[in-house]
Write a protein that binds this ligand. Structure first.
Ligand SMILES: Cc1cc2nc3c(=O)[nH]c(=O)nc-3n(C[C@H](O)[C@H](O)[C@H](O)COP(=O)(O)OP(=O)(O)OC[C@H]3O[C@@H](n4cnc5c(N)ncnc54)[C@H](O)[C@@H]3O)c2cc1C
Length: 453
């Protein structure tokens, strides 16, 4: 097992801290790390795509799970896969898609691990119909603080605390996932532009029943009558008959990158490309104008449709030194006014945001600290160095909490602990379970210390 001392951050590249990193290659090595961890404890880490400090542990141990990356069995008849927790969703897609199977929940980055997907109980564009990731997990093996390995199934407190539990109940070693069948590896996509926030919300809330997947990009730099304008994208897995004749010979072929340059949502963003020279407002204007007013049935690759953020500006580290903060919150259907107010305030402050994604959520899952709840969710990336950002977001937290909403913990890097209890009503149950299973605090992270989890 390799061991080194490293400085780690989340994807937002704020608040680096140093930890002893272990990279176990089998269960026994993982058990040894947990048993041997010192008073600062240990935390599992996948591919480090959580934006904040959930997978960091200053002065303690971090278990880099990417060395446990075997796909153990695939039942290609029933659509079930058993794999190690360090396998990435990208790898699973590469292997499963040619067999006609696809993950039922796909977040906007495929470069995350199965352990990270359960630890954050990730959601995708299909939350209304599919729920979040853990709904499709039939069991996982969990290494707990006493060094024991337990097979954990849905309907148990340990499952509910671990789904979205940010690695604080133990280390997920492997998982069994249910898959969904698909006929092709392409998506049939409808795109439409919305003139302002009300237009966007109306379009997103209605007319989505035909589509399994839906989300919208908001131009947060637009102001006045255009405040909250955006582009709505909805899609389905393309049926075989939609494919051109040449593509029907290999309908399940998995390829990355756009089908054609015209399918790229964003212009050339590489260092030295457009972004270095453009303001967020100009960039967003260009992005809005490039989107079709209305287009139906466009064929796109899976990666173009689901993972545009994997090639978004900060993938290149461009917008702002000092990293960026992802502010992601959800409010219920009856609280859409809170969403409107927050969008208006972001626009008025001229926040230089390149990325703002609006989604609809369906019923929440069993995870005690899972983020989704029915209604609206908005995720915004903002430069961490923006003057006054901390106080501004504290005020947004208050608005969200007062509306009965919540901030997403895996994305978070700055929430205050006093805001947490109102947002997550099952927090006390989570703390009690941790006290029972991990009385000495073997599992800790920068986030757990910051939020007194
Ligand atoms: C570009 C981009 C787009 C994203 N889009 C979405 C989205 O659409 N929807 C969404 O829900 N999220 C989204 N995310 C967030 C991301 O999916 C989650 O943070 C996910 O948990 C990252 O997985 P990871 O393997 O990188 O885990 P890490 O970031 O390394 O860890 C995340 C959390 O999971 C825990 N964890 C990791 N592995 C294990 C394990 N084996 N056992 C127990 N706990 C573990 C860690 O302790 C930590 O608390 C996005 C992130 C990026 C960078």
């Amino acid at each position: 097992m390799s061991v080194d001392t490293v400085s780690l951050t989340g994807w937002g590249r704020t608040a680096p801290t140093t930890a002893l990193r272990f990279r176990p290659r089998n269960y026994e090595e993982a058990v040894a790390v947990v048993r041997g961890c010192g008073p600062r404890g240990s935390i599992a880490r996948g591919l480090g795509r959580a934006h904040g400090d959930a997978a960091q542990n200053a002065g303690g141990s971090v278990l880099d799970m990417t060395g446990l990356d075997r796909i153990r069995t695939i039942d290609a008849g029933a659509g079930v896969v058993v794999c190690d927790a360090g396998v990435s969703l990208h790898r699973l897609t590469e292997v499963l898609l040619p067999l006609g199977w696809f993950l039922p929940v796909t977040p906007a980055s495929r470069h995350i691990t199965v352990g990270g997907a359960i630890g954050s109980d990730v959601h995708g564009h299909d939350h209304r119909t599919s729920g979040s990731f853990s709904r499709h997990v039939t069991e996982f093996d969990l290494l707990t603080a006493d060094g024991g390995i337990h097979t954990v199934r849905p309907g148990t407190p340990l499952f509910d605390a671990t789904a979205g539990g940010l690695g604080l109940t133990g280390v997920i070693l492997s998982a069994t996932l249910r898959l969904q069948p698909v006929a092709t590896s392409l998506m049939a996509v409808d795109t439409e532009r919305a003139l302002d926030l009300d237009d966007l919300m109306t379009r997103l809330a209605t007319g989505s029943r035909r589509h399994r997947y839906a989300s919208a990009w908001i131009d947060l730099t637009a102001r006045g009558r255009s405040t909250g304008r955006g582009v709505l994208t909805r899609g389905e897995h393309a049926p075989l008959h939609m494919l051109p004749a040449h593509a029907r010979r290999t309908p399940l072929h998995f390829r990355t990158g756009p089908l054609s340059p015209a399918h790229s949502l964003v212009p050339d963003l590489t260092p030295g490309g457009l972004l270095g020279r453009m303001s967020a407002a100009a960039f967003n204007e260009l992005r809005y104008r490039r989107a079709p007013r209305s287009r139906t049935g466009e064929l796109q690759r899976i990666t173009t449709f689901f993972h545009p953020q994997d090639t978004a500006p900060h993938a290149y580290g461009l917008p702002g030194r000092g990293g960026f903060v992802r502010y992601e919150f959800a409010v219920g259907d009856g609280r859409a006014e809170t969403l409107r107010r927050i969008v208006r305030q972001l626009a008025q402050r001229r926040c230089p945001s390149y990325l703002a994604v609006l989604r609809r959520f369906g019923p929440g899952g069993p995870g005690w600290l899972s983020f989704p709840e029915p209604g609206w969710s908005l995720a915004v990336d903002l430069p961490a160095a923006l003057p006054g950002l901390a106080r501004f977001l504290d005020r947004m937290d208050e608005e969200v909490a007062a509306a009965g909403g919540r901030v997403c913990l895996t994305a978070d890097s700055r929430l205050r602990p006093d805001a947490l209890a109102a947002m997550y009503p099952r927090l006390e149950a989570f703390r009690q379970l941790r006290a029972e299973w991990d009385p000495n605090g073997a599992f800790r992270s920068d986030l757990s210390r910051r939020l007194s989890l």
